[in-house]
Design a protein around this ligand. Structure first.
Ligand code: C2E
Ligand code: MG
Ligand code: MG
Ligand code: MG
Length: 291
């Protein structure tokens, strides 16, 4: 399965994961209780406009504060959540937390679009649009405040059903994004057919674009493709000032990465954003030699 995934994320169900080991079974049963035990944590990572360094949004990323294992990263439990169907509860938990915090941030004067990751199972859940709609009403937040990130592989699992779900979500006003773009198997025909607002260039291309000419070409071409289709393009995994500057030259719209801001506990985001704004106003972020 070496060619399965170039990206970092657990995009799809992986049958090679051994779900029968005792350790795995324990983890799966513990995961089912994680929501009730209040062990899930929402982190936010800033998304910035390359042109003027403004904070334009943030991606919601989940972690599991396990009583014995400590802070467990999503790659270690999302695949099991996918496999067992628990992902549907997890997605609702993430979306609900995101909606709650969107309101908190808006009350503080921060109007940000929050990105939420969806998985294969979510796209196959025909009730998802209705469940999301009810949640929006309950929290009094607009659908346009959210961008839903979907991988190509999640769409290609059952393109007909995925398209139906995505069309419904789009009609409700959600923004849609293709995550880890370039790492999955998809066709440009689907890209044209999908109501997509954003493409995220996978970090594996961004990481090596200065040393690998093929990767630079892929980044460059993806930016052009997105713009020709009228789609916003985001680079993920921006770890250096040099990467930021090159992406800026290539006219990429937005960037996300450790160089500007790591994912942080949701409660810290507002303070981070204020401090970023002050550094930006003082010109300290101009060349982005921040670290
Ligand atoms: P993703 O959606 O592609 O999220 C981006 C990942 O890249 C995050 O990892 C983020 O911390 C990491 N990242 C951001 N900037 C940099 C950088 O400059 N360098 C490096 N090396 N990494 C960077 P994280 O939080 O560990 O999440 C991994 C994957 O797990 C996500 O990839 C996504 O596929 C999945 N995931 C995370 N949260 C959720 C969730 O709430 N629901 C679902 N379905 N999947 C999630
Ligand atoms: Mg990923
Ligand atoms: Mg994502
Ligand atoms: Mg990604």
């Amino acid at each position: 399965h070496a060619a399965k995934q170039r990206g970092n994320g657990p995009a799809t169900y992986d049958p090679s994961i051994d779900a029968t080991s005792a350790q795995t079974l324990t983890l799966i049963s513990e995961l089912r209780q994680a929501v009730d035990r209040n062990e899930l944590r929402l982190y936010l990572q800033p998304k910035l406009a390359l042109e003027d360094r403004a904070v334009v949004g943030a991606e919601a990323l989940v972690r599991w504060q396990h009583p014995q294992r400590g802070l467990v990263p999503p790659v270690q439990f999302i695949p099991f959540a996918e496999q067992t169907g628990f992902i549907r509860h997890l997605t609702m938990w993430v979306f609900e937390e995101a909606a709650r915090h969107w309101q908190t941030l808006a009350d503080e004067g921060l109007q940000l679009r929050l990105s939420v990751n969806l998985s294969t199972r979510d796209l196959l859940d025909m009730d998802l649009p209705q469940k999301f709609g009810a949640l929006l009403v309950r929290h009094g937040v607009p659908a346009a405040a959210f961008c839903l990130e979907i991988t190509e592989s999640a769409i290609m699992d059952d393109p007909q059903r995925a398209l139906a779900t995505l069309d419904a979500l789009n009609a409700m006003g959600f923004k849609l994004s293709i995550d880890d773009f370039g790492t999955g198997y998809s066709s440009l025909a689907y890209l044209k057919r999908l109501p997509v607002d954003e493409l995220k260039i996978d970090q594996s291309f961004v990481r090596n674009m200065q040393s690998d000419r093929d990767d630079e070409m892929i980044v460059r071409s993806t930016i052009d493709l997105a713009h020709n289709l009228g789609i916003t393009v985001v680079a993920e995994g921006v770890e250096t000032a040099e990467a930021w500057n090159l992406l800026r030259e290539l006219k990429c719209d937005q960037a996300q990465g450790y160089h500007m801001g790591r994912p942080m506990p949701v409660g810290e985001f507002s303070a981070w954003s204020t401090s970023w704004g002050m550094r930006r106003a003082a010109g300290e972020t101009d060349s982005l030699h921040l670290l």
